[in-house]
Structures are given as structure tokens and as C-alpha cells.
Design a protein around this ligand. Structure first.
Ligand code: GDP
Ligand code: MG
Length: 151
């Protein structure tokens, strides 16, 4: 469906390293539609909810403090198969395994500083969008290029 949405975030390392522009460009250039975006510094509670499925992992505490270490650029992107394609654009979780041409494959080395986040399924995308954004922050508009991007 062309109205599928995903939650993409540029983590504090990506923001500090000046990668907001290049990362947004990859989604824009692909043809996806930006629905929401904010530079935000959420508290521990939101971040623990965001990563709730990883709460038992040994790296959980470090992961939350990494995410608390600076502002995050939170975004919602929309388009056909955007959840799956978004994950491909990001690259493998561990940059060691990320192909060149992906964000992590081009900009990261350590799994604990892998620059970006992307929802892993349509259902988790819905949960994450609801956690990070108010419904009124999601912009409803027609993408002018849609007729040139979709058959
Ligand atoms: P993602 O969906 O590709 O971001 O990967 P996960 O949901 O499995 O993990 C969430 C985030 O936790 C990753 O993006 C990494 O930043 C971090 N992470 C995952 N595995 C490890 C690990 O083994 N060590 C450390 N330090 N961080 C990890
Ligand atoms: Mg994940």
C-alpha cells in the first residue's frame, strides 16, 4: 500500500556527526513522502518503551544512555513497502554486516553507534509512530511527484 508508514530516527551520533541531511536525502531521493519530522530529546521513559522488546538484553542500559546522549531527529516516512525498504536503506543492525550504499554501511562501524533507527514491521511502525508523535503532528498532503514515482 502506498500509504504505509514507518518510523525512522537519526540517533544522537547521526545528529552530532551532521548526517541529518544525507539521511533525509536517501529517503527523499527514493521517492518516499515525509509525513512528520522533529528534533527531539525524549526522556528515559519513552526510550525504554521504544526499546521494550530489548529490555532483557545485556546492552539495554547502554542503549538507553546512548539514545539519551543528545537530540534525535524523529521522522515518519510514507510510501509503498516503506517499512521493508526503509530497513534496506538503513542496512544491517551491525554495520560490520551492512552493505556499502546503505546508511550504516556508509557511515557506521560499531553496532552501539549505528546512526539510525527504522521500524522492523508495519505493526511496530504503528506503535512507534504513536509513541513519538501526536496524531496532529502527522501531515496529510498529496506528494506532487507521486504520479511520477508510482505506476
Ligand atoms: P535494529 O532494529 O536494526 O535497530 O536492531 P535491534 O532492534 O535488534 O536493536 C536496537 C538497537 O540496539 C540497535 O540499532 C543497536 O543500536 C543496539 N544493539 C543491538 N544489538 C546490540 C549489541 O549486540 N550491542 C550493542 N552495544 N548494541 C546493540
Ligand atoms: Mg529494532
Amino acid at each position: 500500500m502506498a500509504d504505509e508508514q514507518t518510523f525512522i530516527a537519526i540517533k544522537p551520533d547521526g545528529v552530532q556527526r551532521g548526517l541529518i541531511g544525507p539521511i533525509i536525502s536517501r529517503f527523499e531521493n527514493r521517492g518516499f513522502k515525509l509525513v512528520a519530522m522533529k528534533l527531539t530529546s525524549p526522556g528515559q521513559e519513552l526510550l525504554e518503551k521504544h526499546y521494550a522488546d530489548l529490555a532483557t538484553k545485556p546492552f539495554f542500559k547502554g542503549l538507553v544512555s546512548y539514545m539519551l546522549s543528545g537530540p534525535i531527529c524523529a521522522m515518519v516516512w510514507e510510501g509503498k513497502d516503506v517499512v521493508k525498504t526503509g530497513r534496506v536503506i538503513l542496512g544491517a543492525t551491525n554495520p560490520r554486516d551492512s552493505a556499502p550504499g546503505t546508511i550504516r554501511g556508509d557511515y557506521a562501524i560499531d553496532v552501539g553507534r549505528n546512526v539510525c533507527h527504522g521500524s522492523d514491521a508495519v505493526e511496530s511502525a504503528k506503535k512507534e509512530i504513536a509513541l513519538w508523535f501526536q496524531p496532529s503532528e502527522l501531515n496529510i498532503y498529496k506528494q506532487a511527484s507521486a504520479a511520477w514515482v508510482y505506476e
